[in-house]
Design a protein around this ligand. Structure first.
Ligand SMILES: Nc1nc2c(ncn2[C@@H]2O[C@H](COP(=O)(O)OP(=O)(O)O)[C@@H](O)[C@H]2O)c(=O)[nH]1
Ligand SMILES: [Mg+2]
Length: 477
């Protein structure tokens, strides 16, 4: 059943998103490989907060080294295979069948800190686990590691379906590197983050626990920009060599089971995340393309006006000169025409282009209230625009507004349909499917735009000429 959702998502990227992204030089959508990657869980936290111990507990096997000393300074990707084996970083990042080629950009230092472990554990059939080196609590510069640690964490976090952040009783604070990681690497992904206060069996009294829990909440409040605190899982891994806690442990054990249940739900979460990713991509592309399209439109009509005036003026003058026999004036007229042409093409039009690009924000605002799209989300969309606009400007400046092919009315309708109707519908279908445990196959045919018969592809081979043209467009300024 998940396959059907995946196909549907891929289908939307293939058409209309990818062609539109290309038309408007927007960043390309995720590749099939990226969409296909296995569900992933990233484990982050201070060193010695118990990440590797937790991994071993999950897998029922000593896959990772554990210990109080910061022994592990690399990223270990643990995934399923019938027989246990290991691969080193260079092998992992150069294998096109694995979704880790992107890590190569972080340099050899990082690559030598990546390992892939293949293990037959049952849980790994559902998720791939990524154990990470501990964050260091003293603010330490990147040079200490030899690679861009926040960047790499961000890379993994963006591709993870769940990010588990571990804290332990010794360091319930988010200081130093932890703070940096929250700011730089985890911003905007709190919807897939789980916070864990681990090793709670170390607390000898309720008072100790309350203090650490309070400190953690306080510190998280500073780095997670949300009004409500995320849920915190208070838990531990039972270890034979550790003294028993005097606190009642049932709740903490239950939290561990809840965590494991979350891990098992990761494949559904992944689909949910991919739908979110699709929605965000489509909305950003919509803004980017619409603003550039309007500006390009405006620019082209300004250009047509200037060129029209030029042609009329000098054509007229030339005709008059010839008609009245004042041929001697012709060289002067030609010279003036050439000069005027240079002024228009190299002075006036570039200036008008720059002015239009500077007015992108206003164009966006008009888009927002004219198109009546999701007016209750205006603030959301505005924030999104702030992220999108620098690149839109850069692209408009670099390639010039005249080079963009006009967005067809059909594409525009399709894009708006996608963001306002089709993608939300896809999500509610996923929720329905989750609720009845996949008992009934999702009925995708209902999604199709009403104008197209259900049995045909969503965009029936439209050739350029036979796309319906939009009824006359209102001018925008
Ligand atoms: N008491 C207690 N000790 C733990 C727990 N989890 C891990 N440890 C210990 O904490 C130390 C660091 O654990 P490790 O898993 O290597 O931490 P990592 O650096 O986050 O991977 C080891 O000595 C573990 O035995 C726990 O839940 N309770
Ligand atoms: Mg470790």
């Amino acid at each position: 059943m998940m396959e059907e959702f995946a196909n549907r998502i891929r289908g939307y990227y293939d058409d209309p998103l990818d062609p539109l992204a290309e038309q408007f030089l927007f960043r390309r959508p995720p590749t099939v490989g990226e969409l296909r990657r296995p569900p992933q869980v990233l484990l982050l936290g201070n060193h010695s907060s118990g990440k590797s111990t937790f991994v071993n507990h999950l897998l029922g096997d000593d896959v990772q080294n554990t210990g109080v000393a910061p022994t592990d300074d690399g990223f270990t990707i643990i995934t399923h295979s019938a027989t246990a084996s290991e691969r080193d970083g260079p092998t992992v990042v150069s294998n096109p069948d694995l979704p880790y080629e992107g890590l190569r950009h972080f340099g050899d230092q990082l690559v030598s800190h990546v390992r892939l472990k293949l293990r037959p554990a049952e849980l790994l059939q559902t998720v791939t686990l990524i154990d990470s080196p501990g964050m260091i609590d003293e603010a330490k510069n990147e040079n200490g590691r030899g690679f861009d640690f926040p960047g790499v964490v961000r890379w993994f976090a963006e591709r993870a379906d769940l990010v588990m952040v571990f804290f332990d009783p010794d360091k319930p604070g988010t200081t130093g590197e932890t703070l940096q990681i929250f700011r730089e690497s985890l911003a905007g992904i709190d919807h897939k983050m789980l916070i864990i206060l681990n090793k709670v069996d170390q607390f000898q009294s309720l008072h100790d626990f309350a203090r650490a829990y309070g400190a953690l909440c306080w510190n998280l409040g500073k780095v997670i920009p949300r009004k409500d605190l995320p849920m915190i899982y208070n838990t531990f891994v039972p270890l034979a060599d550790k003294p028993k806690s005097r606190l009642p442990m049932e709740d903490f054990e239950k939290a561990r089971n809840d965590l494991i249940a979350e891990l098992r739900r990761v494949p559904t979460r992944r689909m949910d995340n991919q739908i979110t990713q699709l929605q965000v991509y489509a909305e950003r592309l919509w803004m980017h393309a619409m603003v550039i399209d309007k500006a390009a439109d405006k620019f082209k009509s300004t250009r047509a006006q200037w060129r029209g005036v030029w042609l009329l003026l000098f054509g007229g003058l030339g005709a008059v000169a010839v008609g009245t026999g004042m041929v001697v004036a012709l060289p002067g007229i030609v010279l003036a025409a050439v000069l005027a042409f240079i002024v228009i093409e190299y002075l006036i039009l570039p200036r008008s282009k720059r002015r239009l690009i500077a007015r992108f924000d206003q164009i966006f605002e008009k888009l927002n209230d004219r198109e009546l799209l999701l007016r209750d989300r205006a603030d959301d969309l505005r924030m999104m625009w702030e992220e999108v606009s620098p690149r839109a400007r850069e692209i408009a400046e670099k390639s010039g507004l005249q080079s963009f092919k006009k967005m067809s009315w059909h594409d525009r309708e399709l894009l708006e349909d996608l963001t306002s109707k089709l993608i939300p519908q896809l999500r509610s279908k996923l929720y329905d499917a989750m609720r009845d445990g996949g008992a009934t196959a999702p009925d995708f045919d209902q999604d199709r735009p009403a104008t197209l018969p259900a049995s045909e592809p969503r965009r029936p081979q439209l050739v350029k000429g036979d796309r319906p043209e939009k009824p006359k467009r209102k001018t925008f300024f």
